[in-house]
Design a protein around this ligand. Structure first.
Ligand SMILES: CC(C)(COP(=O)(O)OP(=O)(O)OC[C@H]1O[C@@H](n2cnc3c(N)ncnc32)[C@H](O)[C@@H]1OP(=O)(O)O)[C@@H](O)C(=O)NCCC(=O)NCCS
Length: 158
């Protein structure tokens, strides 16, 4: 059965907008799950300030790669926009019944770790990257793994 993409073209919290830029079908030969890619803009603007993607799948490789990847362009960092983008894209995950999600990052990536913590992610631990994982081939040896249930109260006050 083919995968049905359910995520909307536009998500907003009135501070940032997520605009759908790609919906990628699964590629079983490469072990790739269906993926959404959204560009992040400031609300009402068309100028991209970053991007976020969501991979919809449940196989064990997500324990290492995580379901969500994000980046904010340097000039726009420092406003917790990545946390906002995660909270928005979490709604897409929920449309697919995908919860909990895993988000992983390099242990030394404090900004990403804080992002996970702010949205209410729970640190499960720091783990070795399996030698047969594509992230190992790209040089990553350890990842912090956060478990996140979209819709759970974020810790935005901290
Ligand atoms: C991770 C990233 C998306 C966060 O961008 P952002 O939303 O602008 O995040 P902010 O700069 O607002 O920082 C979030 C938190 O991290 C803290 N932080 C940021 N840089 C930091 C640093 N170098 N050292 C310590 N803390 C830092 C901020 O103080 C803030 O903390 P707070 O929640 O206590 O206020 C951005 O840094 C980035 O694009 N990095 C490169 C790509 C990347 O690493 N993506 C994640 C892959 S898993």
């Amino acid at each position: 059965m083919s995968f049905e993409f359910l995520g909307p073209e536009l998500l907003t919290d009135l501070v940032v907008d997520l605009r759908l830029t790609a919906r990628k079908e699964a590629d079983p030969l490469k072990g790739h799950s269906p993926m959404y890619e959204y560009g992040i803009t400031l609300h009402g603007s068309k100028a991209r300030i970053g991007g976020i993607n969501l991979r919809v799948g449940t196989d064990p490789s997500f324990l290492t790669s995580g379901h969500i990847g994000y980046g904010i362009d340097e000039p726009y960092r420092g406003h917790h926009y990545a946390s906002r983008a995660c909270l928005l894209i979490g709604n897409v995950a929920l449309l697919h019944g995908l919860t909990p999600l895993f988000i992983t990052c390099a242990p030394e990536n404090i900004a990403s770790r804080r992002t996970c913590e702010r949205i209410g992610g729970k640190l499960l631990g720091t783990y070795d990257v399996p030698v047969d994982h594509e992230m190992y081939r790209r040089g990553r040896r350890r990842v912090c793994r956060y478990e996140w249930r979209p819709g759970s109260p974020p810790r935005l006050g901290r």
